[in-house]
Design a binder for this molecule. Sequence first.
Ligand code: PHE
Length: 339
Amino acid sequence: NVEFSISDVKKSAELEEIRVLFLGKKGYISQIIEQMRNMTHEEKRSTGQLINILKNEIEANLKRKFLIISAEEEEIRLKNEKIDITLPGRRISNHVTKHPIIEIINILKITAIDLGFNFVDGNEIVSEFFNFEALNIPQNHPARQMQDTLYIKNIPNALLRTHTSAVQVEYGSLVPPPIKIASVGRVYRADEVDQTHSPMFHQIEMMHIDKDISIANLKYCCTHIISSVFEKDINDIIFRFRTSYFPFTEPSIEIDIGCIKDDENNIILASNKNDVNKWLELGGAGIIHQKVLQNMNINPQEWSGFALGFGIERMAMLKKNITDIRHLYEGDIRLMKNW
Ligand code: PHE
């Protein structure tokens, strides 16, 4: 009956079931062998021969059938796998958006261009001079400790820029005023990685030098940027200008944004001043220090300017409710889908 049951089989998985049934450890053949225990020597020999023939016969049949079935299965598989290139593509743009950092950078670029700024590229590896000295941060100045610097091994005075302010003097010393530039890119600091720190992050820098530039121009620019980035009317965002200190601006301010922080450390933008229980610093700014203007060969009696620098990760995290800065760099597609 073996041949009969095998010929009915349609799938290779069923064939395997039959193999186990006959040839498996507890299969029919094993059962027969088990019963041979009580036989005489002669009986064992003749029965053994018969069993061997039977076993080979079953194996051969199984194998023959297997070759037929697997060829059929292969054919079906190939037929199913055939790609219909005439089918319309699936839309993915509804589900996947830009990376949050890129999204913010794009908004910042459009906004800065609207405000009349031109974008310039700076280098990520800069001299100590442009990152520090030219910005009125001499050696041993405590501000150098404020920004833990990554130096380039074996190249004296070369470092990874700690802020995009490094672009300012380099550009300003090449091009005479009026100057209205912006620059965006990566900056580096020797910070330990944690929920809110990364040794690499992004900043945007804007610098405007002209006749009669005042802090009013700076405030207008900051306000416009905050409103564009968060895509809200500025009256619906709580923010403040706080006096601060940077060696390269005088006076200096920092821009804080009012937030609501809950028990689980989720931080969202506040829309009412009374709800604010956490102020987050978005960036620094100020009126360019006279010494810095002089370092660009610009006459401070004739010209004045403002500079500002915003952290882009901060903006992205606030806007997209991202609670850990590391999520921005892990390449997890869910970052773009859900957030
Ligand atoms: N460079 C400063 C920082 O990284 C920010 C800043 C830019 C401050 C321009 C004043 C003017 O913290």
